[in-house]
Ligand binder design. Structure first.
Ligand code: ANZ
Length: 948
C-alpha cells in the first residue's frame, strides 16, 4: 500500500509523515504505560491511593471481545475508539474515569480448534488475547490495564462460580418480590409457616425428601427440559445450530428432541422487575422494547374445558371470544393426550379423512404425528406454513355454553407456553383461522367490525353471539369490557381465573463442553447435588486427553450426553469433607454457558484483584452506586452492538438484581446508559462460482469489477476474514498512523449508523492532522511557530464558537461533528495566520483535539513548552460574550418581495435600520419614482417597505 506522503527525499524533514506519527505514537504509548496515566484510583483496596478521590467520576465500558484467532479488523475498534474519546474528554472535565477492556475468552472456537489440533484451548486463547492486546495498544486506547480481566482466568471464574452459588443458595420470595437466602426459607419450612411446593408438611419428610423439597425453590435448579440432542456429535445444540430438516448444521447428523435433566436458572421469577425497571434506564427505546417483547408479559385468563371427566385448562388472552371457540388444540406433548385417547372410543369411524392423518385409530395417528414433528424446533413450529394436526377422537365441553367441540393436537401449539392447550377461535385468531380452513371447522363470529370471509378479524369491535342462560351476556360490549365481565363470571362459577403469562423461559444453564466454567457442585452416591463451600473455589478445569465429547451412533436417540469432562475420571470422582466427614462425590461434568462471565464482568473491573470478595461494596458504590434518589446506578455508559439486546443484557440484569437483593451491590441495574454503535461495513466480491476473492485486488472498470481479468460480483455488508474484505488496523496504523485511523473512523458518520470503509478516504484524516501539525511546527526547521500574540475579536469568536460546539458534541458522542468543527477552526487559523499563530488560539485547539487524536496532541502540547501529559488539562470553557453575534443580516422586502439584505448591528434602532435599507442600491432602484407609504421593521426578522 502506498501513501501520498511516505517521507521520500523531497519531503520536508519535520513533516507529520506516517513515520513521524508512528514514532510519536510509540513514545507516548510508552509514556502512558510507564506513568500509569489511565490508572483510576479506587476508594479502598489495592487500587486506592492517598490522594483525595474526585467526587465526580465516570465508568465507561465496551462490550468486551471474544479473542478470536483472526485478530481485529478495522470494524472492531469503532466502539472502542468512541468510548476512549468519551473517556478522555471526561478526564479533561476533571472526572475520575474508569475505562478498561477485558476478554470474554471461554467459548466454542478455541475448543473446536483444540478438537482438531489437540492444542489446549488455554494456549490458543492466551495467544489470541496477546495478539488482540497488541493490536488495541497500537490504537492508543487509554485503558487502566490493571483492571483488565479474562473470563478464563481461574481468579476470575472463581467469582463466577461464587455468584452461581449465591444464586443457587437463594429462593425468590414472591411476596417481597426479591431473592432471599435459602436458609431463611428452610427456617420457615421447619417452623411450619410455609409448606413445600406441592403443599406437604416439610417436617414430615425424610432427609432426602427435605433436600428435594428445598431444591424446588432454588433460583438454580435441575429440570427436565427439551433439548436438541445430536448423538453423532455427542452434544446438545442450540436451535440455531439445527437445520430446518432436523439435522446438525455441523456434520449433518440427525438431531432428536429429548428430555434431559439440566441446570436451569429461574430468571422468570424476575420477569416483572426486568420489565418494570426498564423505565429507569437510559437505553435506546428499540432495545427496551425488544426486552419487553422477549419477556412477553400478557394478561389473560386460564379457562377450564372438560372432556371425558378430565379438565383441560387453556390459556387465552381473549376470554371475550369464548363463545367463538369451535375446537380445541393440545400441544402434541401435552400430558393429557394419551389419557384422552385411551379414554375415547379408540376409533376413527365416521371421521373426516382430513382429521385422521391417514391412520386407522387416534392412537396410531398421535404416534405418527409426534414422530413427524420430533425434530422441529419451537421456532419452526410457529412458522407460517400449512397447518397440520390430528383429531383425538374426543370432544370437550365449552364452559360458557356447553358446546361440544372436537379436540386436536397440532404443532402450532407449544408445550411450555401457557398451559400447552388452547381454545381455538378461528374467526378472530389467524393461526386458528388457517387451521379451521384446512380442517373444515366452523368459524363463528363473536366480535363484529371485520370481514372474516378471507382472514380472521383480530381488531376490536362489539361482541355478538355471546350470551348464555347462566347469567353471562357480553353482547354489545367492547373487547376490554367483555374480557373483564367474562373473567368475573368464570371466577364466580369456578371455571377459570385471571392469569398473567410470560413468554420468557428459565435459562438453560449447562453445556456439554470443555472450555467453560466448571460447576461448583458435586453429587453424592444417591445422586443428590451438593454445593461446594466458598473455600473450595475455584473448581479448576482439569486436563483432559482430548476435547471431544463422547459421541454415539448417530441414530441412537436413546444415548445420553457425556461431556468431555466425563473423560477426566480422576477429577470427576473426589473425596471431600462437606461437613460430615470425608465421602466420595462426583463432580458435575457440564460447564456453564458462555454468557456466565459476561453477566457480571463489569463488577470485577471495579475491584479486579480483590481476593476476599468479588467486589468490595465501597468500591462498587463509588463507581456504580445510585447518584440520586430513585437512580438505579450502574455503569455510566455501555457501548456495543444491538445484537446483544436481549440475551446478554437480560442475563446481566438478572444476575445483578439477585446480587442486589442479597446485599452484595448497591446498584439496582448493571448498565445505566446503553449506546448501540453502528458497524463498519465493506464491499466484498464473489467470482462466478460464488467464492469470495480478495477485495483489495479487485479493480473497477466502467462500473464493473474485475479480479485477475475475470468479472466479479460486488456485495456490500459485513467485513470479515471469510469474506476476504477485512482491513487490519495494523496496516492502517503503519501506513498512516493510529491518530489518523482514529480520526477517520470517528468522522465517517454518526456513531449509531453503519458506514462503508474506504481506505482511499483515510488520507483526508491524515491531511487534517498535517495541517494541525503545521500550525505549530515549521516543517522545514522543526521550530515552533506559535507566538505570544493577542487574539483578535474574530479569533475569539471562532475559538469560542468551536469550544461550545465541540463540548456539546463530545458530551453526546457526536465525534464526527467534533472533527468537522476542528477542521473548520484549523482552516480558519491556517488562512488567517500564514506565519506565526497566537499560542492562545492554538493551545485550546490542541486540548480539544486530544480526545480524538491523543498522540499528536501530546506531542504538540510538549513542543509548546508544557511538561507532562495533556490528559488532565482542563477542557477549554466558553466565554458567552463571544457567542453573541454583533451583526445581524435582515432581508428587505418591497411590497412583499425580497429586494436586498442588509447587515446591521444587532442592537441597532429602527431609524438606523431603515436608513441602511434605503442605502441599498437595489432598494433605491425599486423606490425610484414611487411613493414610500409604509416602513416597518420586524425586530430581528426583516424590513418591510410598502410603495405605490
Ligand atoms: C383464544 C384466542 C382468541 C386467542 C383470539 C387469541 C386470539 P400471547 O399474546 O402471545 O400470549 N396460545 C396460548 N397458549 C399457546 C401455546 N402453548 N402455543 C400456541 N399458542 C398458544 O398469545 C396468547 C394466545 O396464544 C392465546 O389466546 C392462545 O390463543 C394462544 F381471538 O386464545 B388465544
Amino acid at each position: 500500500m502506498s501513501t501520498p506522503n511516505d517521507g521520500t527525499a523531497s519531503t520536508p524533514a519535520f513533516r507529520y509523515t506516517p513515520q513521524l506519527a508512528n514514532e510519536i505514537e510509540r513514545s507516548w504509548q510508552k509514556y502512558w504505560v510507564d506513568n500509569g496515566t489511565f490508572n483510576a484510583p479506587n476508594p479502598v483496596g489495592d487500587l486506592a491511593t492517598d490522594q483525595p478521590l474526585p467526587e465526580d467520576k465516570l465508568f465507561v465500558q465496551d462490550m468486551f471481545p471474544y479473542p478470536s484467532g483472526a485478530g481485529l479488523h478495522v470494524g472492531h475498534p469503532l466502539g472502542y475508539i468512541a468510548t476512549d474519546v468519551y473517556a478522555r474528554y471526561n478526564r479533561m472535565l476533571g472526572r475520575n474515569v474508569l475505562h478498561t477492556l477485558g476478554y470474554d475468552s471461554f467459548g466454542l472456537p478455541a475448543e473446536q480448534y483444540a478438537i482438531q489440533t489437540g492444542t489446549h484451548p488455554r494456549t490458543t486463547t492466551m495467544a489470541n488475547i496477546e495478539n488482540m492486546r497488541r493490536q488495541l495498544d497500537a490504537l492508543g486506547l487509554g485503558h487502566d490495564r490493571r483492571r483488565s480481566v479474562a473470563t478464563t482466568d481461574p481468579e476470575f471464574y472463581r467469582w463466577t462460580q461464587w455468584i452461581f452459588l449465591q444464586i443457587y443458595n437463594s429462593w425468590f420470595d414472591g411476596e417481597q418480590q426479591k431473592a432471599r437466602p435459602i436458609d431463611e426459607l428452610i427456617a420457615q419450612l421447619e417452623a411450619g409457616t410455609r409448606t413445600t411446593k406441592d403443599g406437604s408438611d416439610y417436617r414430615e419428610l425424610s432427609d432426602i425428601g427435605k433436600q428435594q423439597a428445598v431444591d424446588e425453590f432454588r433460583l438454580v435448579y435441575r429440570s427436565n427440559s427439551m433439548v436438541n440432542w445430536c448423538p453423532g456429535l455427542g452434544t446438545v445444540l442450540a436451535n440455531e445450530e439445527v437445520t430446518s430438516d432436523g439435522r446438525s448444521e455441523r456434520g449433518n447428523f440427525p438431531v432428536f428432541r429429548k428430555n434431559l435433566s439440566q441446570w436451569m436458572m429461574r430468571i422468570t421469577a424476575y420477569s416483572d422487575r426486568l420489565i418494570d425497571d426498564l423505565e429507569l434506564l437510559d437505553w435506546p427505546e428499540k432495545v427496551k422494547s425488544m426486552q419487553r417483547n422477549w419477556i412477553g408479559r400478557s394478561r389473560g385468563a386460564e379457562v377450564d374445558f372438560s372432556a371425558l371427566g378430565r379438565t383441560i385448562r387453556v390459556f387465552t388472552t381473549r376470554p371475550d371470544t369464548l363463545f367463538g371457540a369451535s375446537y380445541m388444540v393440545l400441544a402434541p406433548e401435552h400430558e393429557l393426550v394419551d389419557e384422552l385417547v385411551a379414554a375415547g372410543t379408540g376409533s376413527y369411524e365416521g371421521v373426516d379423512k382430513q382429521w385422521t392423518y391417514g391412520a386407522a385409530t387416534p392412537a396410531e395417528a398421535v404416534e405418527a404425528y409426534r414422530a413427524s414433528i420430533a425434530a422441529k424446533s419451537d421456532i419452526e413450529r410457529q412458522e407460517n406454513k400449512e397447518k397440520t394436526g390430528v383429531f383425538l377422537g374426543v370432544h370437550a365441553t365449552n364452559p360458557v355454553n356447553g358446546a361440544q367441540i372436537p379436540v386436536f393436537i397440532a404443532d402450532y401449539v407449544l408445550t411450555g407456553y401457557g398451559t400447552g392447550a388452547i381454545m381455538a377461535v378461528p374467526a378472530h385468531d389467524e393461526r386458528d383461522y388457517e387451521f379451521a380452513t384446512v380442517f373444515g371447522l366452523p368459524i363463528i363470529e363473536v366480535v363484529s367490525g371485520g370481514d372474516i370471509g378471507e382472514a380472521a378479524w383480530t381488531g376490536d369491535g362489539t361482541l355478538v353471539n355471546s350470551a348464555n342462560t347462566q347469567g353471562l351476556d357480553i353482547n354489545g360490549l367492547n373487547k376490554a369490557e367483555a374480557i373483564e365481565r367474562t373473567i368475573a363470571w368464570l371466577v364466580a362459577e369456578g371455571r377459570g381465573t385471571e392469569k398473567i403469562q410470560y413468554k420468557l423461559r428459565d435459562w438453560l444453564f449447562a453445556r456439554q463442553r470443555y472450555w467453560g466454567e466448571p460447576f461448583p457442585v458435586v453429587y453424592d452416591e444417591q445422586g443428590l447435588a451438593h454445593a461446594l463451600p466458598d473455600s473450595m473455589l475455584p473448581v479448576e478445569l482439569p486436563e483432559v486427553a482430548d476435547y471431544q465429547p463422547v459421541s454415539f451412533d448417530p441414530e441412537d436417540a436413546d444415548s445420553e450426553p457425556q461431556p468431555p469432562l466425563a473423560k477426566a475420571k480422576e477429577w470427576v470422582e473426589v473425596e471431600l469433607d462437606l461437613g460430615d466427614g470425608p465421602k466420595t462425590y462426583f463432580r458435575d461434568t457440564n460447564v456453564m454457558p458462555q454468557w456466565a462471565g459476561s453477566s457480571w464482568y463489569q463488577l470485577r473491573y471495579v475491584d479486579p484483584n480483590n481476593s476476599e470478595k468479588f467486589v468490595d461494596l465501597e468500591n462498587e458504590r463509588y463507581w456504580t452506586g445510585p447518584r440520586f434518589d430513585g437512580d438505579c446506578g450502574g455503569v455510566d455508559l455501555y457501548v456495543g452492538g444491538v445484537e446483544h439486546a436481549v440475551l446478554h443484557l437480560l442475563y446481566a440484569r438478572f444476575w445483578h438484581k439477585v446480587l442486589f437483593d442479597l446485599g452484595h451491590v448497591s446498584s439496582v441495574e448493571p448498565y445505566r446508559r446503553l449506546y448501540n454503535q453502528g458497524y463498519i461495513q465493506a464491499y466484498a466480491y464473489t467470482d462466478a462460482r460464488g467464492v469470495y476473492v480478495p477485495a483489495e485486488e479487485v479493480e473497477e472498470k466502467d462500473g464493473k469489477f474485475f479480479w485477475q481479468g475475470e468479472e466479479v460480483n460486488q456485495e456490500y455488508g459485513k467485513m470479515g476474514k471469510s469474506l476476504k474484505n477485512a482491513v487490519a488496523p495494523d496496516d492502517i496504523c503503519d501506513n498512516y498512523g493510529a491518530d489518523t485511523l482514529r480520526v477517520y473512523e470517528m468522522s465517517m458518520g454518526p456513531l449509531d449508523t453503519s458506514r462503508p470503509w474506504a481506505t482511499k478516504d483515510v488520507v483526508g484524516a491524515q491531511r487534517f492532522l498535517q495541517r494541525l501539525w503545521r500550525l505549530v511546527v515549521d516543517e522545514e526547521t522543526g521550530d515552533v511557530l506559535t507566538g505570544d500574540l493577542p487574539l483578535t475579536d474574530e479569533d475569539n469568536k471562532q475559538l469560542h464558537r468551536t469550544v461550545e460546539g465541540v463540548r456539546e458534541d463530545y458530551a453526546n458522542l457526536r465525534v464526527n461533528t467534533v472533527v468537522a468543527k476542528l477542521i473548520e477552526y484549523v482552516n480558519y487559523l491556517t488562512k488567517t495566520y500564514p506565519g506565526a499563530v497566537p499560542a492562545a488560539a492554538v493551545e485550546p485547539l490542541i486540548v480539544m483535539t486530544a480526545p480524538v487524536a491523543p498522540h499528536i496532541a501530546e506531542e504538540l502540547w510538549k513542543r509548546l513548552g508544557h511538561t507532562g501529559t495533556v490528559t488532565f488539562v482542563d477542557f477549554p470553557t466558553v466565554d458567552e460574550k463571544w457567542l453573541v453575534d454583533d451583526e445581524i443580516e435582515l432581508p428587505v422586502q418591497i411590497n412583499g418581495k425580497v429586494r436586498a439584505r442588509v447587515n446591521v448591528p444587532a442592537d441597532a434602532d429602527q431609524d438606523t435600520i431603515i436608513a441602511r435599507a434605503l442605502e441599498e442600491p437595489n432598494v433605491a432602484a425599486h423606490l425610484e419614482g414611487k411613493n414610500l407609504i409604509k416602513q416597518i421593521v420586524v425586530p430581528g426578522r426583516m424590513v418591510n417597505l410598502v410603495v405605490k
